[in-house]
Design a protein around this ligand. Structure first.
Ligand code: NAG
Ligand code: NAG
Ligand code: NAG
Ligand code: NAG
Length: 531
């Protein structure tokens, strides 16, 4: 068994993995999460290169059917001889598609896996392709290219796949006033903080009368532009946990240091932590030390007085034109009354999540926490800055309802109610048993193949042989050891409920606030503690 697996790894993953980086790789943007994703040809929407191959196998969880949705297919060739796109599943082949042979916009396969093969010869123009995919749980899947004005209904719900943030295309507006109806829908949803780019999710859209001007802002790594009058605009049916939190800045905000100096007329000027509240006018907080000694982390700490759910943060720099200070990137720490500080981590990897901060001293930038931070104390810990650390902040979120969730329906959530509100030891203990490994978070399995034709054929033949052997062994029995099974098992327990609420419920609406608060609490702790 082990030699078989080794052979497979050697023959398949290592050489192919290395190949992927070499010229001739025709794959472009690719983001895939558990049950959805986005994929393009290289340079999309620019012209794809000559003589390339892009081949990837995408999967959704076993037992589900795969939906493929083509957002764009632009191949010059009329004959599909050397430039084409082809889908192959275990039972069917779809294509080849090219200039004259139009592909269907949507394919519902009866398998959970498909191999996407894109190939180019010599050509002068053509954008290639952009496609999205999802499991059949999401029949209302759209691509990253749909704009709100594609739809006529005043209210509708669509499923945005993972990975739309970095697809070219404009949005204008913001989550409060709404977006111009010409904006890309899924990118706007990421901007609005309704879904995370890494996950995708269900979005609910409300169409309404346009406004004369749309104000752009940088949020969640997406820049929306200022926009002019339009007939219609759209808003996302907002979750109700995005109110601006209020507090007494002088009492509830403190910092690692603050900047004091004497101005020309001999006055003490103090950029104290109490000035860091964005709702109050005036200069910001600034750190005492302008040095770039990153070993000594500066921080700005906000005590919310009690545990709250925090869904977003808005930051500015100094706000003073003669002090060009701002924080370019930061991480978030949080804790409760007696627990230790934890770092807010990314969804897919287990590293601290670095948020994109300000790019000038004046304009506010928003970031959302998906999943939310549930904590009493939060710290903004600057990572990079311009000249000197200077910050004003505003937090968005809501109260946590204290009542216990009743009738929890899964293992994880029962665990939650046992541990709620106390005992980090208990949580830690639970978690240390279940450290995820690198490859675990993605249920979607991707194999990159990008090979000059000759090598491709050779490898394909070799690969097929090994794959057949691999399959036979798998049929015979436990190729996946018990450790593997356990890992997958726990992951399902945590990830499934989370992904479900993520996409369908909690970013959009809070049907059951009490229950949700408890659930999210555990998830947040989990996400933070897995290391
Ligand atoms: C899948 O669909 C194809 C036709 O598109 C059909 O021939 C095949 O039998 C189907 N397989 C299953 C398992 O339903
Ligand atoms: C492909 O090669 C042809 C001929 O050498 C050249 O004219 C064309 O610009 C190339 N296309 C791309 C996309 O590089
Ligand atoms: C945390 O401390 C505050 C005040 O010190 C108290 O009101 C609150 O109940 C405490 N919370 C927990 C979970 O112990
Ligand atoms: C994912 O692909 C790798 C090879 O790249 C394979 O070893 C592994 O078993 C696959 N995982 C799943 C869940 O199919």
């Amino acid at each position: 068994m082990v030699p078989g697996l080794l052979a497979l790894l050697l023959a398949a993953s290592t050489p192919l993995g290395r190949r992927a980086a070499e010229p001739g790789d025709g794959c472009g943007h690719l983001v895939a999460y558990q049950d959805s994703g986005t994929m393009t040809s290289k340079n999309y929407p620019g012209t794809y290169p000559n003589h390339t191959v892009c081949e990837k196998t995408i999967t959704v969880p076993k037992g589900k059917r795969l939906i493929l949705r083509l957002g764009d297919l632009d191949i010059e060739s009329q004959t599909c001889a050397s430039d084409y796109l082809l889908f192959t599943s275990s039972s069917d082949q779809y294509g080849p598609y090219c200039g004259s042979i139009a592909a269907p916009r949507e394919l519902l396969l009866n398998t959970s896996e498909v191999t996407i093969h894109f190939e180019s010869g010599s050509h002068t123009s053509g954008r290639g392709f952009l496609l999205t995919f999802a499991s059949s749980d999401h029949p209302d899947l759209i691509t990253c290219l749909e704009r709100a004005n594609h739809y006529l209904k005043t209210e509708y719900s669509k499923f945005c796949p993972a990975g739309c943030r970095d697809i070219a295309g404009d949005i204008s507006g913001n989550e409060v006033d709404g977006y111009r109806d010409t904006s890309l829908l899924c990118k706007a949803a990421i901007h609005a903080g309704v879904i995370a780019d890494e996950l995708g999710g269900q979005v609910r859209v409300l169409l309404s009368k346009g406004i004369s001007r749309y104000e752009g802002i940088l949020a969640n790594g997406v820049l929306s532009r200022d926009g002019s009058l339009s007939d219609k605009r759209f808003l996302f049916t907002s979750n109700d946990c995005s109110r601006s939190l209020s507090l007494e800045p002088d009492r509830q905000i403190r910092a690692s240091s603050s900047w004091q100096w004497v101005n020309e007329v001999g006055e003490q000027v103090h950029w104290s932590a109490g000035q860091a509240w964005l709702q109050d006018q005036g200069p910001s907080w600034a750190s005492g030390d302008s040095g770039n000694d990153h070993r000594q982390r500066e921080w700005l700490e906000i005590d919310l007085g009690e545990k709250k759910k925090i869904t977003g943060i808005r930051t500015t720099g100094s706000t003073q034109s003669n002090f060009n200070f701002y924080v370019k990137s930061f991480v978030m720490n949080f804790k409760n009354n007696n627990s230790k500080w934890r770092t807010y981590k990314g969804i897919l990897n287990n590293e601290e999540k670095v948020f994109q901060g300000n790019s000038n001293f004046r304009d506010p930038v928003r970031n959302n926490f998906i999943p939310p931070i549930v904590a009493r104390y939060v710290r903004v810990v600057p990572q990079t800055w311009h000249q000197r650390i200077a910050l004003k902040v505003e937090l968005f979120g809501c109260q946590i309802t204290q009542a216990r969730a009743q009738g929890n329906d899964s293992f994880v959530w029962r665990k939650t109610s046992q541990t709620t509100g106390i005992s980090n030891e208990r949580e830690d203990e639970t978690i240390t048993k279940r450290i995820p490994s690198e490859e675990m978070p993605t249920g979607v399995n991707l194999t990159t193949v990008a090979i000059p034709s000759v090598l491709f054929v050779v490898l394909l033949v070799a690969g097929m042989g090994i794959f057949a052997a691999f399959r036979m062994r798998k049929k015979k029995g436990n190729l996946y050891g018990s450790a593997e099974a356990q890992k997958t098992g726990w992951w399902k327990q945590i990830k499934y409920p989370f992904a479900r609420h993520q996409s369908a419920e909690f970013t959009i609406s809070y049907d059951n606030e009490k229950e949700m608060a408890q659930k999210l609490d555990l998830i947040t702790s989990d996400m933070a503690d897995l290391s």
